[in-house]
Design a protein around this ligand. Structure first.
Ligand code: PLP
Length: 387
C-alpha cells in the first residue's frame, strides 16, 4: 500500500532523541525552549509555545483570546474536527463559513456576507479560525480587513502549513492574525510523534498560553496574585492543563526542522509532477493563489463527475483495491453526528458539500518515489476509465 502520508525518520532524529533519553531531563528541560526558539526564528514570530498537540494549542489559543460562554467561533466546514471543537471546549458556540470554490479555504466573500447578517442579529463572532487547507494559506489580508471592521480575532490553524509562505512571509509570522497553530502529528510536514505549537507576537497572549499549558501554575513573582511565602513557592493563578511537550518530542522536532525546507520543496516538486501528469484527466488539480507558497501537506483532486462514467465512491474503492492509500480530507465538520445534534444540516454549506462529493487526497510525502507516484497516476487513469 502506498500511504497518503508518511513521516521521514533519519538517523539524526534517532540520535537526537536518544541523547535526550540519556540526559537529566525527559520533560521541562532545555530542549523544548530551544525548539520553540528555532521555530519562532524560522517563521518570524516573537513567541512560540510548544504543546502536546495542535488540538491543545487551539484550546489554549481560544482561552487566551478570552473565548467563553455566550461567544461565537467561526471556522471552515472543510477541516479536521479540532478546528471547531476548540470553541466548544471553551463553552462558546460554533458556526461555519462556506469555502471558496478555487482554494477550498474559508471564503472571504461568504465571511463578509455572514458578518453583515450577524451584525444585524447581534451575534458577531469573537474568534475566526482560518484553516490553511492542504498547506495553502487563506486569503489572510481579506480576512484581517474584515476583522478590523467587525472586531473579531483570528487564529490561523496552520496544522498543514509550516514551511509555507503567504505574500513571501513564512506562515506563523502573524502579520494578519493573533495566534498561529502548527501540528507535528506524523502525517504533517514535520513531526514530534504527537505535538503542536502556538505562535504569537503578543506578549500577554504568550504569557497566558504559557500558564494554561501547565496547570495555570507559576513560579514567576510578577505573575503571582498574592505575596510569596518563601523561595519554594508556586502559585496557581488560573485553571490550566497539562499540555506540555516532552524533551524527547522537542528533540525530534528540532532535528526534523533542519529538513523543513527540503521537505516542502520536495512536496512542491511532486505536486507539480502530479499537476502535469493528471492534466488530461477529468479531474481538477489543486489551484494555487499567486500569494501562496503551499506546504503541500495534501494533494486533493476533484473528480469531474459529469465527465466520467463512474461514481466518486467507485474511483475511491478502485484506487484502494490497487494499493493506493487514498483518503478524503475532510468530511464536512457540520455533518458529523455530534454537530448535527447541535442543529446543523448537510445542506447548510453547499460549496463544502460539493467539495465533499468530489474530493480525493492522493498520496504525497517527501520520501515518495517517482515510481510510486507513477503507480498512483496509472491507477487513477484506470479507475476513471472503467465506465
Ligand atoms: C491535524 C490537524 C489538527 C489537530 O492536530 P493534532 O496535532 O493531531 O492535535 C487540527 N487542525 C487541522 C486542520 C489538522 O489537520
Amino acid at each position: 500500500m502506498i500511504p497518503y502520508g508518511r513521516q521521514d525518520i533519519q538517523q539524526a532524529d534517532i540520535d537526537a532523541v536518544l541523547a535526550v533519553l540519556q540526559s537529566d531531563f525527559l520533560t521541562q528541560g532545555p530542549v523544548v525552549p530551544r525548539f520553540e526558539q528555532a521555530v519562532a526564528d524560522k517563521v518570524g514570530a516573537r513567541h512560540a509555545l510548544a504543546v502536546n498537540s495542535a488540538t491543545s494549542a487551539l484550546h489554549i489559543a481560544c482561552l487566551a483570546l478570552g473565548l467563553g460562554e455566550g461567544d461565537w467561533l467561526w471556522t471552515s466546514p472543510i477541516t479536521f474536527v479540532a478546528s471547531a471543537n476548540c470553541g466548544l471546549y471553551c463553552g462558546a458556540q460554533v458556526d461555519f463559513v462556506d469555502i471558496d470554490k478555487a482554494t477550498y479555504n474559508l471564503c472571504p466573500r461568504a465571511l463578509e456576507a455572514k458578518l453583515e447578517q450577524a451584525e444585524q442579529e447581534g451575534r458577531l463572532p469573537k474568534v475566526v479560525v482560518a484553516v490553511h487547507l492542504c498547506g495553502q494559506p487563506c486569503d489572510m489580508q481579506a480576512i484581517h480587513a474584515l476583522a478590523q471592521r467587525y472586531g473579531f480575532m483570528i487564529i490561523e490553524d496552520a496544522s498543514h502549513a509550516i514551511g509555507g509562505k503567504y505574500q513571501n512571509d513564512y506562515i506563523g509570522g502573524g502579520r494578519y492574525s493573533d495566534i498561529t497553530v502548527f501540528s507535528f502529528h506524523p502525517v504533517k510536514i514535520i513531526t514530534t510523534a504527537e505535538g503542536g505549537m502556538a505562535l504569537t507576537n503578543d506578549d500577554a497572549l504568550a504569557s497566558r498560553m504559557d500558564l494554561l499549558r501547565s496547570h495555570g501554575v507559576t513560579r514567576d513573582p510578577a505573575l503571582m496574585t498574592q505575596e510569596a511565602d518563601g523561595p519554594w513557592y508556586y502559585q496557581q493563578v488560573d485553571l490550566g492543563f497539562n499540555y506540555r511537550m516532552t524533551e524527547l518530542q522537542a528533540a525530534l522536532g528540532l532535528s526534523q526542522l533542519e529538513r523543513l525546507g527540503a521537505y516542502v520543496a520536495r512536496r512542491n516538486e511532486l505536486a507539480a509532477r502530479y499537476d502535469d501528469r493528471l492534466a488530461e484527466l477529468s479531474v481538477t488539480t489543486p489551484w494555487q493563489h499567486p500569494d501562496a507558497y503551499s506546504g503541500r501537506h495534501l494533494y486533493v483532486i476533484r473528480l469531474e463527475l459529469d465527465q466520467i462514467g463512474v461514481t466518486h465512491r467507485q474511483v475511491f474503492e478502485a484506487l484502494r483495491e490497487q494499493g493506493i492509500g487514498v483518503n478524503l480530507h475532510y468530511i464536512p465538520v457540520h455533518t458529523q453526528p455530534y454537530y448535527q445534534e447541535l442543529g446543523f444540516r448537510p445542506g447548510d454549506f453547499p460549496e463544502a458539500q460539493r467539495y465533499y462529493a468530489e474530493a480525493i487526497s492522493l498520496p504525497l510525502y517527501p520520501t515518495m518515489s517517482e515510481t510510486q507516484q507513477d503507480q498512483v497516476v496509472t491507477a487513477l487513469h484506470q479507475a476513471l476509465e472503467v465506465a
